[in-house]
Write a protein that binds this ligand. Sequence first.
Ligand code: KG4
Ligand code: ZN
Length: 357
Amino acid sequence: MKKMIILGIETSCDETSASIVKEGKNGQCEILSNIVHSQISEHTDYGGVVPEIAARSHIQNIDKVVEKSITESGINLKDLDAIAVTSGPGLKGGLIVGVTFAKAMASVLKIPILGINHLEGHALTIRMVKNILFPYLLLLVTGGHTQLLIVKNVDDYERLGTTIDDALGEAYDKVSKSLNHGYPGGPVVERMAQKSNLNNIKFPRPLINSGDLNFSFSGLKTAVRREINKSKPLDNQMAYNICAEFQDSVIDVILSKLSLAIRLFKNKYDIQNPSVVLAGGVAANKKIFSSIKKVSEGEKFNISVAPQHLCTDNAAMIAWSGIERLRKEIKSTPIVIKPRWPLDIQNDVKSEVDIKV
Ligand code: KG4
Ligand code: ZN
């Protein structure tokens, strides 16, 4: 049987990305190309992503990025079976650019187009590289989301908890900004934390005893800012110590919530070799990963994380979601751009910020 070949397009935040993915052996895939044009240098002075700048940059780059993904893959346009494009959640300017481009291409090529939830892309990424079976427990940590989910199947997700204010990556970015460092803040704060010495700073562990699986990082970010202001002029060692205590606070909260989620998962499912999957840009943090690994393995869960270039935003994960959906013959609904779109809410549930296309 012919293996499906899909073009994926991702423009929901600050990466313009296009990728050609082909069904591979053992239910996994072959990534024939995965072009990511990062806008980081355009946003770094602002300490975060500026939606207007992001949308303009997507317009300037989408055609070149898609063309390069096709050339590099070695396929012909007529080999494409479908186009999968991120249709939410994300910045609406960027989503409009990606969806409009994908619609134009699909209509010229007369092939189907699928609107993909960006979070589904992150949730299923691990299955591109590893034979992980459903259900699994997912900790999704990005610049826009912090969620604990049960991935029951393609298109079937149960959200156990989420952040009630800032996302974890966003908190890292804001701490970095408060210390006059650039965007993205995660790698900077992680590096600085490694240089800490004896530390007597103490930050709160928000919602650690709330009994539910929700997170909150806004108060922690404020505590960091207060400590910075109190300690001015800030010497380097003090900045390192602040980063380390911020990271320790984050890890304590994550581990406590993860333990609770594991208990919940065990009560619900009696399966051999259950898995915890870590996904999203923050998964690159070595201390977060090793702490999660220790707790998960202590509970007899396998821990998996995709290679870093597939953890951060990329179009291969969007194309892969398209393949997973087509394989399961999940009916695709007409594309609606959904700037807000929780993973456990179906595509056809309307929200007031949706944009019909
Ligand atoms: O998944 P991603 O590439 O994009 C979004 O969908 O948001 O995640 C980007 C986020 C940024 O907030 C960045 O600061 C954070 O991931 N990040 C990190 C690390 N590397 C990237 N956070 C903590 N530690 C890191 N090493
Ligand atoms: Zn993302």
